[in-house]
Design a protein around this ligand. Structure first.
Ligand code: IMP
Length: 218
């Protein structure tokens, strides 16, 4: 059987690596926006992870004219009333690096005894005409006092996962995917894969223009 093309609306190599690891035994080829050169990007100005995931997926599906998968994720802390939340990628400023975001979070959390936090991942699968399917995963943990570990991306060095006594940055991709927010959302997506393909085919058929009428009786 040929491979099914999955286009992921992201330029984040960390996310891409986790998607690829999750689907490595599946007949799926995953491309990202890094394979499409410069195309217009959706604005991530939604108030929720759901809004942003849907915006990214449907906008990119319209631009490319094919079904697209998008993921929006972030870190939610109890002590900071949910921050950095939907602003996770740009917590320390518009083009902030992971290091700058980590430094800002440590500063904001200084002296806080409530270190409880969770990661959220919302995955949206959209077709060019607009409709989308949504999957969500969460993972609870604690904000560490100091960064630890070299793997992963984003806030991984600060996100301590008590059951494994490690930060996400101290885990392999496989270990992280087994427990993480993204891993959980992706597991659901994988489980429903056949249904999703059927749903996509139906949506695409609905929006096709009526068949050309070939009249051979001139
Ligand atoms: P998005 O590309 O708008 O979804 O940005 C999500 C941001 O949340 C990332 O840039 C990271 O800062 C943070 N984030 C999401 N998932 C993870 C993760 O698995 N590990 C560490 N940071 C994450």
């Amino acid at each position: 059987m040929g491979k099914i093309l999955m286009v992921l609306a992201t330029r984040n190599k960390g996310k891409l690596a986790e998607f690829r690891e999750m689907f490595k035994d599946f007949p799926v080829e995953i491309k990202s926006l890094l394979d499409f050169g410069s195309i217009p990007q959706a604005e991530e100005d939604g108030e929720t992870f759901d809004d942003n995931a849907y915006k990214k997926a449907s906008f990119t599906a319209k631009v490319l004219g094919i079904p697209v998968v998008a993921e929006d994720s972030g870190l939610v802390t109890e002590a900071l009333d949910g921050a950095p939340g939907v602003y996770s990628a740009r917590y320390a400023g518009e083009h902030a690096t992971d290091k700058e975001n980590i430094a800002k979070l440590l500063k904001e959390m200084k002296g806080e005894t409530n270190r409880a936090a969770y990661f959220v991942s919302v995955i949206s699968v959209a077709v060019p005409s607009g409709p989308a399917l949504t999957y969500e995963g969460r993972c609870e943990g604690l904000i560490a006092e100091t960064p630890s570990g070299e793997n992963g991306f984003g806030y991984d060095p600060l996100f301590y996962y008590p059951p494994l006594k490690k930060t996400f940055a101290e885990m392999s991709i496989k270990e992280k995917n087994a427990v993480s927010h993204r891993g959980k959302a992706l597991a659901e997506l994988k489980q429903e894969f056949d249904k999703i393909l059927t749903w996509i085919k139906q949506r695409l058929a609905e929006t096709k223009p009526p068949c050309d009428h070939h009249d051979h009786d001139h």
